[in-house]
Design a protein around this ligand. Structure first.
Ligand code: DON
Length: 302
């Protein structure tokens, strides 16, 4: 097998043509300013070593990848009771779809589509006195960088253009599946999405998913080994929305994507990887990011 550093450098070369493909997200105006042609990849193995290649120091907002951490924090507080309010099934619909939510009486299919993440944010809001600060501090502790910040321009831009997410939240409220003030919860959700990192910090933040629930930076048992397996299973089936099946086929690892062009992928017992490249496919997933993970997966032992 290739050593990881060589593999990541080869991955960078392999995906260069893909990094110019796709379209950057425009429905959040602040994200529309991202430039295509950029790519970065990092990986932390469970012995704590970090490997990286490409535009490694470039910062981006975590977007929907935050949903994996907020779900983790909700599971810490609610355990399986969380599933009374959000399902565990693939949705087969886009991440921001509204249709299913009405048919299914305001219970989102899974915690990774926007409706599911917003209801999870509502649950967290009920249990935390300063939820935005708590989620940011978790990112800081687990990424190993106490200077991680929230990109206020992106958070404000998302809040100003919150129409679809607000529609979902109010629909859930109408079905009785929402406890707190909708606007305040939405603001917290957008702030989680606007946390800004580079690929190394992101891979480190999610090290616990490859390490039986123990964070390699903080040493904390974040969730139990059993819950970690469960969370990885949900990432495998729903982490890439209505493209989860294609991602599972091509990459074969649990993953979570975000519209900034980032994706994390987990190989339990081996490593957590993070990639970033802003050009997105029609499902809102990074074109070069998926190509990179597909290439990486050919060389690692599943
Ligand atoms: O709420 C939104 O639409 C964004 N803050 C997050 C969506 C997202 O990242 C979807 N993933 N590919």
């Amino acid at each position: 097998m290739l050593d990881y550093q060589t593999l990541l450098e080869k991955t960078c070369q392999h995906v260069e043509p893909f990094s110019h493909q796709g379209e950057v997200a425009t429905y959040i105006p602040a994200l529309a300013e991202q430039k295509k042609g950029q790519f970065a990849i990092a990986l932390q193995t469970i012995d704590g070593k970090v490997y990286s290649a490409g535009d490694v120091s470039n910062k981006f907002t975590v977007q929907s990848v935050s949903k994996a951490l907020t779900l983790t924090m909700a599971l810490q507080r609610y355990g399986d009771d969380l599933w009374l309010r959000v399902g565990k099934e693939p949705s087969g619909t886009a991440f921001n779809s509204l249709t299913q939510l009405e048919f299914e009486q305001g219970k989102p299919r899974n915690p990774f589509i926007n409706a599911g993440a917003i209801v999870t944010a509502d649950a967290l809001y009920s249990r935390l006195s300063a939820p935005i600060h708590a989620v940011l501090e978790k990112f800081r502790a687990q990424s190993g960088n106490s200077n991680v910040v929230i990109n206020r321009t992106v958070a404000n831009s998302e809040y100003q253009h919150r129409y679809r997410n607000a529609a979902m939240a109010y629909l859930m409220k109408s079905f009785g599946n929402f406890d707190n003030d909708v606007e305040k919860v939405l603001w917290s959700y957008f702030n989680y999405c606007a946390i800004e990192v580079n690929v190394i910090e992101l891979a480190k933040t999610f090290s616990y998913l490859s390490n039986k629930g123990v964070c390699l930076q903080s040493g904390e048992q974040v969730i139990s080994a059993k819950q970690t397996k469960q969370l990885n299973s949900l990432l495998f089936t729903s982490g890439l929305y209505d493209a989860a099946g294609d991602f599972a086929y091509r990459v074969g690892m649990p993953g979570k994507s975000g519209v900034s062009g980032t994706i994390i992928a987990v190989l339990p017992g081996q490593f957590t990887a993070a990639v970033w490249s802003p050009g997105l496919d029609s499902f809102g997933n990074s074109v070069a990011g998926i190509a990179a993970l597909e290439y990486l997966a050919e060389y690692v032992n599943h």
